[in-house]
Design a protein around this ligand. Structure first.
Ligand code: GLA
Length: 384
């Protein structure tokens, strides 16, 4: 989390002496269960100690005045109910406000300075952190009475309607519901969830950022989603009650292989298998069998790379190196894909070697440095 004093100083500089309130919301990791959320499946994310934090107060007008420390102190304002700002970072505010208004809320103008330490483009959901932070702040400042679940949906719909990404609910849910030391085992269809302690003895979570920005991510993301829907549409002809891939078995999908475009078939098969891997990983976690969790994580990467087609050379390379280190129990790309970072579960004694090896080989092959991101599983959105 960035220093609140920095936010406060900037708030005072731009908006005067009043004492602002502070809100924060985290980025997330995901142990396993990728691209399952919008298919109604399960995910296993956790909020982390990298967050977007905001100094904010109502200003009694109908205008929103923003200062973004992540964009070199860029400042802008827009009118509530007016046109959407062109800047994407301001569109998150605009979108959250519009989504709240559509749900009947009256949101007043405010002044806000925000910034964070969630690495951008690393697949750790800096955007969900921002949406969750805005939602949590406005809910408190204007006594809107939205539940945490509604705030997560408001964030998700901001992405759909104002950013153009038809994302699932995982990122916003994790950012809002996350708790220190626990991962969220979320059923993305019913939104039932359990907080599962995650602190395997002697094993660390290592994140290595490829430093490749996922430019394809939003367009290809929507394509993947459409391919899953295509599979569902075929099955639905035979079983009209089927709404989501979550309800389809591999046998059923196989039975209709000839009717589904081969690429879409592969995508659907991935999702069905990924959901099974998540179940297997959860069962293994209950027995403290992290070797098995690791095997499922490796298998997830295979699927993400070969079947779902959302990996890239750099991600595959870092996962490939992991296979040569026995202390790495499992490694895979994390998040939407096409760049961003690898998450690996590594025995403590092997962490330094694996990181050193990745750094050396990555530099030789791609002529750039990967970034190691240290995280701890932490609390989600809150006033701070
Ligand atoms: C992005 C989306 C999530 C989820 C992941 C892939 O992070 O925002 O909803 O679909 O990709 O698991």
């Amino acid at each position: 989390m960035i220093d609140k004093q920095i936010l406060k100083d900037n708030y005072r500089k731009h908006f005067g002496a009043e004492e602002p309130r502070f809100f924060t919301a985290s980025g997330r990791i995901n142990i396993i269960g990728e691209h399952t959320d919008y298919n109604g499946g399960f995910v296993l994310p956790g909020a982390v100690d990298k967050a977007i934090t905001m100094a904010i107060l109502p200003n009694g007008t109908n205008y929103v005045n923003l200062v973004s420390l992540d964009y070199d102190g860029a400042a802008l304002f827009f009118e509530i109910g007016g046109p959407q700002p062109k800047e994407q970072w301001a569109s998150y505010f605009y979108g959250v406000i519009e989504e709240m208004r559509q749900r009947g809320a009256t949101v007043g103008g405010f002044n806000a300075v925000f910034g964070g330490d969630v690495p951008l483009g690393a697949g750790m959901s800096s955007s969900a952190a921002l949406e969750s932070c805005i939602g949590t702040a406005l809910n408190a400042l204007f006594n809107l009475g939205f539940s945490k679940e509604e705030l997560a949906k408001i964030g998700q719909m901001t992405e759909h309607h104002y950013i153009g990404v038809r994302c699932g609910i995982m990122d916003q849910f994790a950012s809002i519901f996350g708790q220190k030391g626990k991962v969220v085992r979320l059923d993305c269809r019913s939104l039932e969830y359990q907080l599962v302690p995650f602190n395997p003895k002697g094993i660390e979570i290592v994140l290595i950022d490829t430093m490749v920005k996922h430019t394809l991510a939003s367009s290809e993301y929507n394509v993947r989603r459409a391919q899953c829907e295509e599979g569902v549409a075929v099955i639905k002809k035979y079983r009209p009650e089927v709404e989501l891939l979550r309800d389809v078995t591999m046998e059923e999908l196989e039975a209709h292989r000839a009717e589904i475009d081969p690429v879409s078939f592969k995508r659907c098969a991935f999702v069905i298998n990924e959901n099974k891997r998540l179940m297997a990983a959860c069962a293994a976690m209950e027995k403290d069998d992290f070797e098995e969790v690791g095997r499922q994580i490796y298998a997830a990467h295979e699927g993400l790379s070969k079947e779902y087609g959302v990996s890239c050379e750099e991600l595959d390379f870092i996962v490939g190196i992991a296979h040569k280190h026995p202390e790495v129990l499992g490694a895979r790309m994390m998040g939407g894909g096409f760049g961003g970072c690898v998450i690996a579960l590594v025995r403590e004694e092997g962490v330094a070697d694996y990181i050193a090896d990745v750094k050396k080989q990555y530099q030789e092959k791609f002529n750039k440095d990967p970034r190691v991101i240290e995280v701890e599983i932490s609390d989600g959105a809150r006033e701070c």
